[in-house]
Structures are given as C-alpha cells and as structure tokens.
Design a protein around this ligand. Structure first.
Ligand code: UN1
Length: 510
C-alpha cells in the first residue's frame, strides 16, 4: 500500500501546521479530485464529543466578550499575516483537495486575508446610532454587543474563504467560533484554521489571558457533528453554506430554538446580454464565471439570457473561446479548468444534460468526460453550452458544474422576468452600455437577486460588499458592508437625564 500522502504533499501539510499522524483515523477518506488518490484518512469526532466542544466555546465567550473590540481586531490582523505567509501552501492544499486551479487556490487564500483586514478595520467601527428622543432630557442610543458562540458549517467549494468570512467577523464581534468544514475538504479547512491557531498563540503570548481556551475550535466529522451544532441552544448563530436541501433542514431547526442563522444556499445566476453590450467583454466574463472553478461556485454563471439580435454573434465568439479552454491538472499553471469534485458531480451533470435534451435543449459544445485515460479516477469535463427553447424545469435547477444554458429574449422586461423566474436569488448581471437598460435591471422592478452587477460577471465578488441572496438562496448576507451586525446583539438604550418621568406617546398615568 502506498504511503499517504505523497512526500511532497506531506511537507506542504506540515508547513501548514497539519500533523497528520495525530489526525489519522478510518472515518474520513479524503481524496484528491485531480486523480482520485487518497490524500489522508482522518478520524471523525463522534457526536458525543460535541457537548464538551460547545461548553468550551460557551466558557470562552464569557471572557472574549469583555476584550475591547480593537484588541480583538489585533487577533484577526495576526491571522491575516499568517495567511499571507502561508498563502502558497494553503493555496496548494485547496488545489489538491478540491481541484481548484493554482490561481483560484491562491485567490481563495487572498479572500481570507482580505476579510481579516476588513474585520480589523471594523473592530474600531462596531458602532450603533444615537437617536433623538421625543421626550425632554432623554436620549436614545444603540449598542452592539457580542452574541455568543458561532458555528460555521461550510461547503467543499470555498473550503477556506467562507470560514474566514465568518470567523474574522465573529471574532472581532466578540464571539468564539466552531468550524465544521465539509467532509470533502477537511485539509483545506484545517490549513486555514491552523493559521488562526498560530495567530491565537501569538496573541496569547502578547495579551495573556485575553485569548481564552475554546475561542476557535475545528470539528472534523459528519452530519451528526453538524446537527449537534445546529440543535444546541448554546450556539447563538449558525452560519451554513451549501445546498438548498441542506438549508431546508438547518433553517427550521435553528428557528425552532430561536437561534440566529445565516444561510448561503444555491444560486442559479444569470447574465443578460443586450444589443448595447460590448460582446468581447461579455465573452471574457462568461468564460470566467461559467467555467471558473469548473462551474462549482455558488455564484457560477448558469444562464445566459441574450437578445436574439446578438445571440448568434455572441455564440460564435463564445464557442471559439470554449474550444480553446485548457482542461487538465489544476496544479499546472496554464490550466483553466480543473476536475469536478467527484464522480457524483459528474453524474449529476450528465443527468442535467440528458434532461435538458428531453426538454428541447440542444447541446452546442462540451459535456463529455475528458482525460479519462490519464486520470481514470478524476472527473474532468469539457464545459458545456446548451441552447434552450425556454426556461424549462431543468434550467430552474442548480447543477453544480460547467453547464451553461442559453436563452433568448426580445424585450428587456421579458429578460428581467426570466432572470427572476427561478427559485434561487443569489447573483445576476447585465452587459449593456445603455443607461436605461442598466438602471432598469438595477431598479426595484429589476433583478430580484442579492447581487446585481453591470458589465462584470456574477461570480468573483469582492469581500467589501454584503454577500448573499434572496429566495431559496436563504435571504441572509455575510462578508462585507454591515453583515457584521448579524454577529452581534443590538440593545436599544433610552436614558433619562431629567428629573421628570414623561411617558412616550404623551400617555398620562396617574
Ligand atoms: C461560494 O461559491 O460559495 O463571489 C462563494 C465569489 C466568491 C465567493 C463564492 N467570492 O464567487
């Protein structure tokens, strides 16, 4: 039997602070989608161990909430520095474990660095409002206080960045975190988490008791471990990223105990291309957003809604671009499209193509498995484009892979209606240089998605904006803007500094 993992990858993991012998077990088999090789076999935490983990976070909260927010900011600053230092190694772990190309593996680590810096700035800006009172000698103000332990449950496709989005904000907001990474990507989760542990060690050396035991914990395991977090009344906020099916299970459970939740679920993101579009720019955006990460981003472009007058011209350019895509080993710097995460993802893609054909679709290119000789256990596909006669049932379904449906329209209103006529509401965009078209798309009667872009694709959002979507995407926001407020509890304080006791609404009592 071959030694797990290969010597060079062992060295990368070690530099990331991952000591495999200590984690070794039989429960979780971690395979690289590049060639199906087993990277590690890890022990899963039994659900019975979860109460102790949750209790440790609860104890840590009591201390951490009292640390001044700008001091808490110092911790995420150190985390950002550690991530920067380890960027190449963590990027490589992500590439090997989930098949991202080198640039996207590095980009994901950068996204984690960026949110640490954002959170550092935020640590001095967690302010509430001062509100004028209707009563003399009174003042109203709001304060934002730490909330409690935060559970972060993530998906395989952003195994490091999504944890960082949540953890960096949770920590500056005064909350401990418990991280449950995807079973398909525990090593990437660990690599990102270990950088945080190193930051905590430095922070503790500097501030002593300020960084309590249990401030940040990682739990490797299955759905029973996730369920323990979802069901525990001690977990103040559950942030979960994944499928709509997962969200449907998690959301009501957290709601039934009146916990808070952030759900980031499926997307079915569209691009409108109007006759006033720069087609060359559109093609570049389509290629990045439809085939980047092999179509496995929740923000990936899945529907192209193009005006019939420019449809053929756009398709000609697009098919040419697709024909030149370099598909293959994601660790090779020239590769643009890596493998799908596993065979199940490949089968789901095949199934969607078959259904789309039954519903009148025509496959214009791709869809077939490639490189099977070189990688019998790796599932590489040629990105597919399908021309659809209408937005049929399968088009309304999120298929997590490089499958782009093309629909045509005549009137802008019809295109906007088509954009909105799916259960998901994450991201969307319009390519147009016509102010009227653009503003209509962004207006109250325009795109109903959490993100609506102009002349850029639906994916690859910066961390500064609030990230998330409407409808079956979950309705919540994370990352930038004021998403931090979800990690805190707001108190409204009315202060009377007069000698009277006037009642609001002019009520006379006694
Ligand atoms: C996801 O796919 O779960 O906007 C997150 C993007 C990335 C994050 C995607 N910044 O595509």
């Amino acid at each position: 039997m071959t030694e797990l993992p290969s010597a060079d990858f062992s060295a990368v993991l070690q530099r990331c602070g991952i000591e495999l012998p200590a984690l070794r077990g039989t429960d979780l088999s971690v395979r690289s989608p590049i060639d199906g090789a087993e990277l590690a076999r890890l022990a899963a935490l039994p659900a019975a161990a979860m109460p102790a983990v949750i209790d440790a976070a609860t104890r840590a909260f009591k201390q951490w909430r009292l640390v001044p927010a700008p001091v808490r900011g110092e911790l995420v600053r150190l985390w950002g520095e550690e991530l920067r230092r380890a960027k190449a190694d963590i990027g490589q772990v992500i590439s090997r474990e989930v098949g991202k190309i080198v640039q996207e593996g590095l980009g994901e680590v950068q996204e984690a660095v960026d949110i640490c810096e954002f959170a550092l700035g935020l640590s001095r800006q967690l302010h509430g409002k001062t509100i004028v009172s209707e009563r003399p000698g009174h003042r109203i103000m709001e304060q934002y206080h730490p909330l409690g332990p935060v559970a972060v449950i993530t998906a395989f496709n952003f195994p490091g960045a999504v944890f960082a989005w949540n953890a960096a904000l949770a920590l500056v907001c005064g909350n401990p975190v418990i991280f449950k990474p995807s079973e398909k990507a525990p090593l990437s989760g660990l690599a990102t988490f270990k950088a945080l542990e190193r930051a905590i060690a430095q922070f503790t050396a500097r501030f002593g008791e300020h960084a309590p035991e249990g401030l940040a914990q990682i739990v490797l395991g299955g759905s029973d471990v996730a369920e323990a977090l979802v069901d525990s009344p001690q977990i103040a906020l559950v942030s979960a990223t994944g499928s709509t099916r997962m969200g449907r299970a998690v959301g009501p459970k957290v709601a039934s105990r009146f916990g808070k939740r952030i759900l980031e679920l499926g997307g079915n993101n569209a691009m409108l291309v109007t006759p006033a579009a720069d087609l060359d720019l559109a093609v570049r955006a389509i290629v990045f957003s439809a085939v980047g990460t092999a179509g496995q981003r929740c923000t990936s472009l899945r529907r192209l809604i193009v005006h019939r007058d420019v449809k053929q011209a756009l398709l000609d350019k697009l098919l040419k671009a697709y024909a030149s895509l370099r598909i293959g080993d994601p660790l090779q710097p020239a590769t643009l499209v890596g493998p799908l995460i596993d065979e199940a993802a490949f089968k789901a893609l095949q199934d969607s193509i078959a259904q789309a054909e039954q519903q009148g679709g025509k496959l214009l290119c791709g869809g077939q498995r490639v490189l099977a000789d070189q990688f019998p256990q790796g599932f590489y596909v040629a990105p597919a484009i399908m021309d659809m006669p209408a937005q049929t049932a399968i088009v309304k379904h999120e298929t997590f892979g490089p499958l782009l449906y093309v629909l045509s329209y005549e009137e802008l209103e019809q295109a906007i209606a088509c954009n909105n006529d799916v259960p998901q509401g994450l991201s969307s965009c319009i390519f147009s240089n016509d102010l009227r078209e653009v503003e209509s798309f962004l207006s109250a009667a325009g795109s109903d998605c959490g993100m609506a872009n102009v002349n850029i694709g639906p994916s690859g959002a910066e961390i500064g904006g609030a990230f998330g979507g409407e409808k079956e995407t979950g309705g919540d926001r994370e990352s930038g803007s004021d998403a931090w407020k979800q990690y805190m509890r707001r108190t409204t304080n009315t202060i009377n500094y007069s000698r009277e006791l006037p009642l609001a609404q002019g009520i006379q009592f006694g």
